[in-house]
Design a protein around this ligand. Structure first.
Ligand code: ATP
Ligand code: MG
Length: 251
């Protein structure tokens, strides 16, 4: 049996309740350059974390590290999800453990309809949300179920990418800039679904350039700068802190 390590000593955050997702002293690198340095944070089940920072701060690299993608390579530290040691896993094992990464480019599979894109995600057990439940969450996808996925609008493709993650039995949703390039009204629609997803108990890490929108949705925020953490606290605190916002978020 895997036992969650005791993070009560040596971590740089002040939390005592057991965490659901724990990143502890994580370091990752591409080739010879260290990208993520000594990152630690804790997330409770059902929380939304806004992971913010300027371009090149290391947000995408952090998500990819947690999802155990080949690049960047995690060389130090531990990542625990619900008592499971992600740091010992490969990406497909992390996916089976409950990690759902929605990359920035969405990766909709060409030649497949909306429904086929979702069914493909459900091929291997454990299966997550049913098609019916997904179409309930995203009625636009239900209306377009027979349409080729790559012909959807940008907003609809983002919805499909999120739905595809939920079609597997995930515990944590890692979203890389889901609002990018979308009109405010579509962002509203996606934000509404993220609130519903949270109500269903799924934990979310939201990376966004649109920091204000992300902070309004999130419970907590971690701000990165040159691969390290410069802030870990409540989302409301960032919204109220002009210095933090102008220095690290340019808002
Ligand atoms: N495949 C790669 N090989 C080498 N270096 C990389 C690679 N991908 C990213 N980097 C470098 O890692 C650093 C962090 O990049 P990352 O993409 O994680 O930042 P980010 O915070 O997501 O930025 P953005 O807001 O622009 O998406 C940058 O200096 C970037 O140049
Ligand atoms: Mg990025």
């Amino acid at each position: 049996m895997n036992v969650k390590p005791d993070f009560s000593k040596g971590h740089n955050y002040a939390e005592t309740a057991p965490a659901f997702l724990s990143v502890w002293n994580m370091e990752s690198y591409y080739g010879e350059s260290y990208i993520v340095q000594n990152i630690s944070f804790n997330l409770h089940e059902g929380e939304i974390l806004a992971l913010l920072g300027r371009n090149g701060a290391g947000k995408t690299s952090t998500l990819r590290s947690i999802a155990r993608m080949d690049d960047p390579q995690v060389t130090h530290g531990e990542i625990w999800l619900d008592h499971q040691p992600l740091h010992k896993m490969k990406s497909h094992e992390a996916a089976a453990a409950g990690i759902g990464l929605v990359p920035e480019d969405r990766r909709i599979i060409p030649g497949l309809t909306v429904e086929e894109n979702l069914q493909l995600a459900q091929i291997a057990p454990p299966v997550g949300w049913s098609l019916e439940r997904l179409y309930d969450l995203f009625p636009r996808l239900g209306e377009r179920r027979k349409q080729e996925g790559v012909t959807l609008s940008g907003g609809e493709q983002q919805m499909l990418a999120i739905a595809r993650a939920l079609a597997r039995d995930i515990k944590v949703l890692l979203l890389d800039e889901p609002y990018e390039g979308l009109a405010p009204v579509i962002v509203d629609e996606i934000e509404k679904t993220l609130r519903i997803i949270k109500e269903q108990g799924i934990t979310t890490v939201l990376v966004e350039q649109n920091a204000v929108r992300a902070l309004e949705l999130a419970d907590r925020s971690v701000i990165l700068d040159t691969g390290g953490i410069v802030f870990d606290g409540s989302a409301a605190e960032v919204l109220q802190n002009d210095e933090l916002r102008s220095e690290y978020l340019a808002i």
